[in-house]
Design a binder for this molecule. Structure first.
Ligand SMILES: [Zn+2]
Length: 82
């Protein structure tokens, strides 16, 4: 399973623990679209999966942060989810 986390206004949230149903649905759809793009991707050199954090001041201004085993792989993931 791909590691995706969310941070809104400095607070960690997830589709399961956010109280607003609309926001939960939006987080779920963001998560699904990321999973579709890079859900099965692995670094060809290290066999690692990426970690992705979607953060922003609010749910309409999320930006994606990618971390991974090496820069080349991070770039590859970023291109896919851009
Ligand atoms: Zn790598």
């Amino acid at each position: 399973m791909l590691d995706i986390s969310f941070e809104l206004n400095g607070r960690k949230v997830s589709p399961n623990n956010i109280s607003d149903a609309l926001e939960a649905a939006m987080l779920t759809s963001v998560k699904e679209s990321i999973t579709q793009s890079v859900g099965s991707i692995r670094c060809t050199e290290h066999g690692e999966r990426p970690k992705i954090k979607a953060k922003g001041r609010n749910i309409d201004s999320l930006s994606l942060e990618v971390t991974g085993c090496c820069d080349a792989f991070i770039e590859q993931v970023k291109k896919k989810i851009a």
